[in-house]
Design a protein around this ligand. Structure first.
Ligand code: URA
Length: 250
């Protein structure tokens, strides 16, 4: 009798779990009287490879780089937005994200907490990320401007220009495989396009060689829930580009 060995589900950090799981499974089969298993030679070879997580020193460099940007943002007075802010909002998330979600600028909740996308729009963004089979901790979430524009107005071109170097540096450190531009301001800020988001969304663009998917801003979805269907199409395209499939919907 022969049984198929389970596939290698190794992740960046999951290598020891996989090896342990495989050993347990093989011992179970032996106890069941199985004397032979089929195994894909490529899977066996991959099991003998070390985990692919970045070396700790590399992680520390990335974290230091991001912390350095956050420190400079905290002290920033490059544009008038610093005068009315409560806290700066540099952005937060994984230091090795596959996806960087970029919005427009902090709102009242973000300004109070110093964290991006934690208000109502943020809660919807969390649902979108989770529907993609990911967590907020696995991605990076930030904005074009790091201080709240008064009354949540759209940031002015000169405010965006003053703040953009911080975002550019973040992108250069994080090296995401995909950027999701949430709303027209995010896309305009990065690519200086003037086209409206309704025409831009769903079409792949490129920022410094990184795939960029424009989609509707979650705050727009709160006002226009019908747009969620299109956003989901865009997020499925993002997942496909990453070689991922969305989890079954519950
Ligand atoms: N809207 C944004 O564009 N960014 C946030 O962080 C919150 C709301």
């Amino acid at each position: 009798m022969s049984k198929k060995a389970p596939g290698n589900t190794a992740s960046r950090t999951g290598w020891p779990d996989v090896v342990q799981g495989l050993e347990d499974y093989l011992l179970y089969l032996r106890d069941e009287g199985v004397r032979e298993v089929e195994a894909d030679p490529e899977q066996v070879r991959r099991l003998s490879e070390p985990p692919v997580a970045p070396a700790p020193a590399e992680d520390a460099t990335l974290a230091d780089g991001l912390a350095g940007i956050a420190e400079r943002v905290t002290a920033c007075t490059l544009c008038p937005l610093h005068k009315s802010r409560t806290r700066t909002v540099p952005g937060q998330g994984s230091i090795t994200p596959e996806i960087f979600f970029i919005g427009e600028g902090p709102g009242a909740d973000e300004d109070r907490q110093g964290l991006a996308f934690v208000g109502r729009a943020g809660q919807l963004l969390t649902k979108i990320i989770e529907a993609m089979g990911l967590t907020r901790e696995q991605v990076f979430i930030g904005n074009i401007v790091k201080c709240r524009p008064p009354g949540n107005r759209t940031p002015l071109p000169e405010e965006m220009q003053a703040c953009l170097p911080y975002l550019r540096e973040q992108i250069a450190i994080l090296k995401p495989r995909v950027i999701v531009g949430l709303g027209a301001t995010a896309v305009k800020g990065l690519l200086e396009v003037e086209t409206g988001i309704t025409r831009l969304r769903g079409r792949w663009m490129s920022y410094e060689g990184i795939d960029l998917m424009p989609t509707f801003h979650p705050a727009y979805l709160l006002r226009n829930p019908a747009g969620k269907r299109e956003v989901w199409e865009d997020m499925k395209a993002v997942l496909a580009r990453l070689g991922r499939t969305p989890p079954p919907r519950t």
